[in-house]
Design a binder for this molecule. Structure first.
Ligand code: ADP
Length: 420
């Protein structure tokens, strides 16, 4: 069966998050790192292309996403999805709106929806306003994000300057009436010339209503959760098929834990792994600047890989700021990413076949160093964090890529257990 659903994500862990939720349906999901060079080979029913365009200049993001769209269409895809962050990470310039408009133009789609809600992770939308837990977006920690500070909670106001077309709302009162009512509201807005429709959602039931009402739209946009009900709807119509047989490939062999995220949750996860007595090495950007990655690599080379070593740069905000003040933010980040990537390669060469990676940027650096171009999505460890299967250095490996705030405090142990 050719590809039916093609999705484009604006960053890597956003793509694995979407992939994990879609794979819950049992329909095979494949994730490509960047737009593949060649024509589609071995395409799965659901193909996701992970880009890194969240904060790129608008023209570059548009060009890349349109190239991704062209590849997905060649793979046979007939329904498309533009995935961005559940906190609507963007600026006045974009890239959420401009990319959506460009994809709509390419597809000849007159209308699309925007729904970043992810109720399982505390992102809900009511009357066009996005909440993070109980806080309005603009009062959440996202107000201080270094690249995309979110200073307004109203998604219509955030989207309007990013698009040329008119913006409207299908609110929760409509969604609560069901798919037919929502479809009627969308048609009504279309008749008024409204191309960009924000849709409220506060629960998974709302997302099911939205998916049912929008499943025939050429393009939907949003966070990962609103796409989650789509594969089951299409499977029921015979448009996609569920995976046959026993399930996933089995990858045995030693594991290594690599953490470059400094989010609050990752700090707790690393603390839990240390408390559990895992052999661990802390990478410090200041020391990396002075002595390079050699001490970390030497430490790793001396480890018994069967004991699942942990290498982490994860630190509290004060320490991160101190390193950034001394080295510059980009330099500190790059030193850590490069060092963890080198550790991943050494671990593989020492026999590691399972890789647990924490941090979005860190994940990109590690996956790139391991030469991974494609991931087949396996079992989910936590909401939005699946195990993935891939090839690296001619070996079958399993890898999981976790964005900062995802997973429970016991994430590292949970990950190993899930694959046992
Ligand atoms: P998250 O998903 O939590 O945002 P990322 O990996 O995307 O995690 O981003 C964390 C960034 O912080 C990376 O660039 C990483 O290299 C950098 N970093 C990690 N540890 C430190 C540290 N101790 N000091 C400064 N920067 C760090």
């Amino acid at each position: 069966m050719a590809t039916y659903f093609g999705a484009i994500a604006d960053d890597l862990t956003g793509a694995t998050d979407l992939a994990g939720l879609l794979a819950r349906s049992g329909v095979p999901v494949s994730l490509r790192m960047g737009v593949p060079d060649g024509p589609p080979v071995d395409a799965a029913a659901i193909e996701i292309i992970a880009l890194k365009c969240r904060t790129e200049p608008v023209a570059d993001a548009v060009a890349e996403t349109c190239a991704a769209l062209a590849w997905l269409r060649r793979a046979g895809a007939q329904r498309f999805f533009w995935k961005y962050c559940s906190t609507f990470d963007s600026t006045q310039q974009g890239n959420i709106g401009p990319v959506a408009e460009a994809l709509m133009a390419d597809l000849g789609a007159y209308q699309t929806i925007y729904c970043p809600a992810f109720p399982e992770n505390g992102r809900s939308i009511f009357m066009g306003n996005l909440f993070v837990g109980e806080q309005p977006l603009a009062e959440s920690p996202m107000k201080d994000h270094p690249l995309t500070p979110m200073r307004d909670s109203n998604l219509m106001r955030l989207l309007a300057p990013q698009v040329t077309g008119a913006v409207g709302l299908a609110n929760r009162l409509v969604v609560a009436k069901g798919a037919a009512a929502l479809a009627a509201r969308l048609a009504e807005l279309r008749a008024q010339g409204i191309a960009h429709v924000l849709v409220d959602a506060v629960s998974n039931d709302d997302l099911s209503v939205i998916a049912a009402a929008c499943q025939d739209m050429a393009l939907m946009t949003g966070g990962s959760a609103v796409a989650m009900p789509l594969p089951a709807l299409w499977a029921a119509q015979g448009l996609v098929a569920r995976r046959q047989g026993a399930g996933f490939a089995r990858v045995d062999g030693p594991a290594v834990l690599l953490s470059g995220s400094c989010s609050a949750m990752t700090n707790r996860q690393v603390a839990a792994a240390l408390a559990a007595g895992r052999p661990a090495f802390r990478l410090d950007p200041l020391e990396l600047a002075e002595r390079g990655a050699r001490p970390a690599l030497d430490w790793l080379a001396a480890q018994d890989m069967a004991a699942t070593p942990l290498l982490y740069a994860t630190a509290e905000p004060v320490a991160v700021r101190a390193a950034q003040d001394r080295l510059g933010k980009d330099c500190a980040g790059k030193l850590v990413e490069d060092a963890l990537a080198a550790c991943a390669v050494l671990a593989r060469d020492q026999g590691a076949r399972r890789f647990v990676v924490a941090g979005g940027e860190t994940s990109g650096a590690v996956a790139k160093a391991l030469g991974i171009k494609r991931l087949d999505i396996g079992p989910e460890i936590a909401a939005g964090v699946p195990w993935c299967f891939a090839q690296s250095g001619g070996q079958d490996v399993a890898i999981t890529l976790k964005s900062g705030n995802f997973g429970a405090e016991t994430f590292f142990a949970d990950a190993l257990e899930r694959l046992a």
